[in-house]
Design a protein around this ligand. Structure first.
Ligand code: 4AD
Ligand code: MG
Length: 466
């Protein structure tokens, strides 16, 4: 038996006029009475290999099960291609059909299917060119992230998925319980009694690994997490998922400037990785999904990100309103910026990524370092073209008294916080970190329009299929 060659290698092979075996899924079959051409893809590359079938050797009858979507093993002779479009092709000598795909029923028979329709067949969409490209790039971005941190001396630290604390304090958590929901025991105040629940207390899926990440940074110096994150925010937008992946580095002994440098360097590294390693897929996406994609990626890695404070940002937005710009949501000092504001700054005003800093403390989480004005905190978010917020980060408040009073002011139950506060009791250190939404990075790098189309099986309000 001839060993299988993956198509990405077969297409580059110089072993001409020798036998070769490839296996994969048929993308198309065309031809005439004398000859058929099969375009075969095995997922190793966006490119198909062409298999030429001489009907003197293989009757049309024998080729009947070889339809779009069928899986075959094809053995033949690798030859220089007669046609344009590919350097090599295979002249078929032996065919095995592993699995046919009824042309009447196979959903990917037609071309040009809408993204909305493809979401309903998320189990098959990785076989399309677009989703093959997206998922190969997704793998590459994960490798880029691990490589970046490993090379810079960070340790990959695993934080829990089930937790009893709400890091962001936004109350958007999915509960985890083994309790019988039909028969909930309640106390005299009508509150649910969790003492007999699996963990003996109320628990949820994590919204962020940051709190545990901070503990780790106070021991290992530089760490990062990279894991699934869950938010029960009922926002049906092209940028929100209920289950997404987040990368959260946390670093001891750095301040705001170094945090911003890290954010910028890290994103540029990931984007450059895509340009260096995923060009075939990017070219496809650039041609069929987003014509400005490659140019935008190239421009990001050579551009200095703008750094400005929230207060300066509000001034620019106010000026824009004076000049006639209309926004749906208000943006007075103190308001949370919405994505239209972020995108105005990034896409219209600066035409560059922006790192925005020093937000009003009321619109940010309890752990951010409070500035001397006692009004703003050292948040450092990165805002990106097409996306809006891609990174949320901050310097952390390391002072125990200030942190505790913030926790009290916000009515956060501090019995659940004792372990977090211990890092401020014992060997407290200045530190900072951020969270990058993996799928937001994927949106930017692929040019895809909807976050549901950059994760294999999206979870959003009312959808948990597959
Ligand atoms: O700004 P966020 O809420 O920050 C945190 O969770 C911090 N604990 C991170 C840290 O400092 N370690 O979320 C961080 C990023 C956002 O900038 C966004 O890219 C992404 O996570 N994100 C989402 N991505 C997809 N769907 C959602 N529902 C998201 N919510 C946040
Ligand atoms: Mg944020």
């Amino acid at each position: 038996m001839l060993q299988r060659t993956v198509i990405i290698d077969a297409l580059k092979s110089t072993k001409l006029n020798q036998p070769i075996n490839v296996k994969g899924w048929v993308r198309s079959k065309r031809g005439n009475k004398a000859i058929s051409f099969i375009a075969l893809n095995d997922g190793s590359t966006i490119k198909n290999i062409q298999i030429v079938v001489d009907h003197n050797t293989f009757s049309e009858e024998k080729l009947k099960p070889v339809t779009t979507g069928a899986c075959i093993s094809a053995t033949g002779i690798l030859v220089a291609s007669q046609g344009s479009g590919q350097a090599v092709e295979i002249q078929l000598t032996e065919l095995e059909v592993y699995g046919s795909a009824d042309p009447e029923k196979y959903p990917l028979q037609k071309k040009g299917l809408s993204m909305e329709y493809l979401r309903t067949i998320a189990h098959l969409r990785p076989r399309t060119n677009t989703f093959g490209a997206v998922f190969r790039i997704r793998h590459n971005m994960a490798m880029a992230i691990h490589t970046y941190f490993h090379q810079h001396g960070y340790f990959y630290f695993h934080t829990p998925i089930i937790t009893a604390s709400d890091c962001e304090g936004a109350g958007q958590m999915f509960q985890v319980t083994t309790k019988n929901l039909y028969n909930l025991k309640k106390d005299d105040d009508g509150k649910i009694d969790y003492s007999d629940d699996f963990f003996g207390k109320q628990t949820s899926l994590t919204v962020s690994g940051q709190l545990e990440g901070e503990l780790a940074a106070m021991a290992l110096g530089k760490i990062y997490t990279f894991g699934p994150t869950f938010r029960a925010e009922n926002s049906n937008t092209p940028r929100h998922l209920a289950e997404f992946w987040m990368i959260e580095p946390e670093v001891a002994f750095i301040q705001q400037k170094e945090l911003m440098d890290l954010e910028e360097d890290f994103i540029k590294y990931c984007v450059k990785w895509a340009l260096d390693n995923c060009m075939d897929d990017l070219q496809f996406l650039n041609q069929f999904v987003d014509k400005g994609l490659i140019e935008r990626l190239q421009s990001v890695i050579t551009t200095d990100f703008v750094r400005l404070t929230y207060t300066e940002g509000i001034e620019i937005l106010q000026q824009a309103i004076k000049n006639g710009k209309k926004f749906e949501f208000p943006c007075a000092w103190g308001d949370d910026l919405s994505s239209e504001h972020e995108r105005y700054l990034v896409e219209e005003h600066f035409k560059k990524p922006v790192i925005m800093t020093d937000y009003p403390k009321e619109i940010k989480a309890f752990y951010m370092k409070i500035n001397e004005d006692n009004k703003t905190v050292q948040g450092t978010d990165v805002l990106f073209p097409q996306i809006g917020e891609i990174i949320g980060g901050s310097v952390r408040e390391e002072n125990l008294d200030k942190l505790q009073s913030e926790i009290q002011r916000r009515n956060i139950p501090d019995k659940d916080m004792w372990w977090y506060l211990d890092t401020r009791r014992f060997g407290a250190a200045p530190h900072a970190g951020f969270g990058l939404g993996f799928e937001r990075l994927m949106l930017f790098v692929t040019g895809m329009q909807n976050i549901r189309d950059v994760i294999p099986f999206p979870r959003t309000p009312k959808t948990a299929e597959f």
